[in-house]
Design a protein around this ligand. Structure first.
Ligand code: PMV
Length: 322
């Protein structure tokens, strides 16, 4: 009987189709090389303990009877809720969860989804629950809906399956795409976006002008299809052009931001094939496709614009035992 299991799960970046994916259109997501490490250790009492120092959760504990009840700090909400969902289907003993991230929760790389998926995998391995990747995805997606009320599940899909995926909400489609060699460059705006409130703002706008917003989602869905074809053909120039068009639709949706715009224009001006925001928008990260010989110039342009180039690789492996 193992006393502890350590796993790691990747962060993610949305390449195409954010927001539209919440309303039934496909998106493309890639898992990134920076990972969340999760350790699950058996403890004697029927208790859940959590230490997640990156998000300032230390010495947090609940008995299994209390799971989900009382005050749940925001940073513990996903892991606690996922454990509670898991306990509805499986019985197992007390567990101490520790998380340690290779990336800051500020980037929007999906630290909550990576720790949720990592915890489910680690607990499954520790107690021999035999969860498949699809079981982990389903439990993690249910948790996203329980905690956030809304979301496509693209982030937990990336953490679970890894690679680069064409994805439709709730896992209706999870198709790996070979994106090896994709010359992706990432820049951080310096501000954290609150995904839930950005999504709420989009819903408000959709109530006022449903036809317009639906037509934007439809356009984004069409662009995703073209982007998938370009990605499969490794036509980076065409893929960059798709990024620029996707960004235009996101601007119309009202989710870009001053810093995002500045960095996106800086990247294009310095020779990127294309650039767009990634994720909910407003802040977090932008992405660009950059010919290798222009990479230094684009990184410099992002820094000159006040942003921070982030070193990551795409198509990282999904959750795995370490
Ligand atoms: O802010 P992020 O990186 O978690 O991305 C949110 C993407 C949305 O499409 C707006 C929401 C979702 O769950 O797909």
């Amino acid at each position: 009987m193992r006393k502890a299991v350590s796993v790691s799960a990747p962060g993610k970046l949305m390449l195409f189709g954010e927001h539209a994916v919440v309303y039934g259109r496909p998106c493309i997501v890639t898992a990134v090389s920076q990972r969340m490490h999760v350790t699950a250790e058996r403890i004697s009492d029927d208790e859940f303990m959590l230490d997640a120092p990156d998000v300032k959760v230390q010495g947090y504990r609940k008995t299994y009877a209390e799971l989900g009840a009382g005050e749940v700090p925001r940073a513990a909400a996903f892991v606690e809720c996922a454990l509670s969902n898991l306990r509805k289907e499986h019985s197992f003993g007390g567990v101490h969860i520790r998380t340690a991230s290779e990336f800051t929760s500020q980037f929007g790389f999906g630290s909550s989804s990576a720790s949720t998926v990592g915890m489910l995998k680690a607990v499954s391995e520790l107690f021999d629950l035999g969860l498949s990747s699809h079981d982990i995805f389903d439990l993690a997606y249910r948790t996203v809906l329980d905690v956030q009320g809304k979301g496509s599940g693209f982030d937990v899909a990336a953490a679970t399956f890894g690679g680069t995926l064409a994805f439709v909400a709730a896992g209706k489609r999870i198709d790996p795409i070979d994106a090896s060699g994709m010359p992706l460059l990432v820049g951080y705006t310096g501000t954290k976006a609150d995904t839930v409130s950005v999504m709420a703002g989009v819903s408000e706008r959709a109530k006022r002008d449903p036809k317009k917003i639906e037509s934007l989602y439809t356009a984004m869905g069409v662009i995703e299809g073209e982007a998938e074809a370009a990605l499969r053909a490794k036509d980076w120039k065409q893929l960059g052009a798709c990024m620029n068009r996707n960004q235009e639709e996101l601007e119309r949706l009202g989710v870009s931001g001053e810093m995002l715009d500045r960095m996106i224009h800086a990247a294009r001006g310095a020779g990127a094939y294309g650039a767009k925001l990634s994720g909910a928008g407003v802040g977090d990260c932008m992405i660009a496709l950059v010919p290798p010989e222009k990479s230094g110039a684009v990184r410099q342009a992002l820094a000159d614009a006040g942003g921070q180039p982030v070193d990551v690789f795409s198509s990282a492996p999904g959750v795995r035992v370490e």
